[in-house]
Design a protein around this ligand. Structure first.
Ligand SMILES: *Cc1c(COP(=O)(O)O)cnc(C)c1O
Length: 407
């Protein structure tokens, strides 16, 4: 029903002479060149498990990201699991993580029996709040690791303070860079400030291999541990690899193609049995899926190489679009997100705090010609959960909307 209404609305827009497509949140980095790579590999199953392409992708990413080593996996969440393994965290350990994040982050810890303590965020960049970090650490001095985040592509406000705090206590930091691939602080790519970092190339992120992720480090021993985790990890089997590629093609037609407003029901009918979702219902409920923990096969690495070559240009366009949203905020009286001094964000999405009514009744956005993002609707999006003692995160759940930056 919802789909039918959406479909009819596109026709109404066209009749009113408005642009047929809403400015999309996802998929804008995928072009015909990426589609051609996916198509090539769909015909060439004998090339799916060629490790050389994956090695080239890892080397290219490490060099682009100015890191010592990068190791590719089937998701940012799996890259996080590799980071947890690399640090040697054990069942019963405690980790401090953001109280406003994606469910796959706490899951990665819970899958290993590690307890998480949620740290509140600030609502200028949606990163960890240094004040609350001090409080939570004082209450949990047994914590063995800390995850910080750069949400929406912004470099988090307390980045330096958090790194200094953790370094003084020899608390290893994992940076969640899944929204912020390519962002810089003091001229250097983010993700190089802590022990380890992970990145995502899931279809809703700044670059796109359908699903995919990368773990990086600048420490030789941690790099060896990440590689050991990868070496024991299986590839997605042939059926799943084919579905990953078919899903990539489907996403192109429904998110990037200029006729998507008209044709998406047909593509949906055509591809629906092969479409994979990034997070299964079981995973949302905290169960580890059978396919969890896989490494990246060659076709996605080949797409990743192509995406990486375009990423700086794409991110520059996102910054231009963000400047237009700055203007909009000024006109409407909304607070702009904070770009901290000496940082270059990548603006995966442009976050704004509005009143709750505007977050939940989103007709106004379609009238403006945009898809509206609602990250996050719960503290551990999109699963319902109890996160105690994080008032700023409560506020963001109620009030944060995200505007698209794909030109
Ligand atoms: C998307 C996301 C991840 C994980 O990325 P996947 O590649 O989907 O596993 C982690 N943290 C945050 C905040 C995210 O939005």
């Amino acid at each position: 029903m919802q789909h039918l209404i959406r479909y009819l609305r596109s026709f109404l827009r066209v009749l009113r002479g408005l642009p047929a497509n809403l400015a999309p949140l996802d998929g804008m980095t995928v072009g015909p060149d990426d589609l051609a790579i996916a198509r090539h590999y769909l015909d060439k199953q004998n090339e799916w498990y060629d490790p050389d392409i994956v090695a080239s992708y890892e080397i290219a990413f490490a060099s682009w990201n100015e890191s010592l080593a990068a190791v590719a996996f089937m998701g940012g969440r799996v890259a996080l699991s590799a980071c947890i393994y690399a640090l040697g965290l054990k069942k019963g350990d405690t980790a401090l993580i953001p109280g406003y994040t994606c469910i796959v982050v706490p899951n990665a810890f819970h899958f290993e029996g590690i307890r998480v303590v949620y740290v509140d965020i600030e609502t200028e960049t949606y990163g960890l709040d240094i004040g609350d970090l001090r409080r939570k650490y004082a209450a949990h001095p047994e914590a063995k690791a800390l995850a910080l985040q750069h949400l929406f592509g912004l470099v988090c406000r307390d980045y330096e303070a958090i790194l200094a705090f953790a370094a003084a206590r020899q608390l290893p930091v994992i940076e969640d860079c899944s929204h912020a691939t390519g962002a810089r602080f003091r001229g250097r790519r983010i993700g190089n400030g802590g022990a380890l970092a992970f990145y995502s190339s899931e279809q809703s992120k700044v670059f796109n291999t359908g699903n995919g992720g990368m773990a990086v480090t600048n420490d030789t021993q941690l790099a060896a541990r990440l590689r050991a985790y990868r070496d024991q990890a299986p590839y997605p089997d042939a059926e799943r690899t084919r579905k990953l590629l078919r899903t990539f093609v489907y996403n192109y037609y429904t998110q990037s193609h200029s006729l998507r407003w008209l044709c998406w029901p047909f593509w949906w009918l055509w591809y629906r049995h092969e479409r994979l979702v990034s997070t299964t219902a079981g995973e949302l409920a905290g169960q580890k899926p059978a396919h969890y923990g896989q490494k990246m096969p060659a076709p996605l690495a080949a797409i990743g190489l192509n995406q990486l070559a375009k990423l700086d240009a794409v991110n520059a366009r996102r910054r231009q679009q963000a400047a237009r949203w700055d203007q909009w905020c000024m006109e409407k009286g909304f607070q702009k997100p904070l770009v901290i001094s000496e940082s270059e964000p990548v603006f995966l999405r442009y976050p704004v705090m509005v009143d709750p009514e505007m977050k939940h009744n989103t007709r106004w956005a379609a009238e403006m010609g945009i898809e509206l993002g609602v990250w996050f609707l719960t503290h551990t999006h999109p699963a319902p959960c109890e996160v105690a003692d994080c008032p700023a995160a409560d506020k963001a759940v109620a009030q944060c909307i995200n505007l698209p930056t794909g030109a």
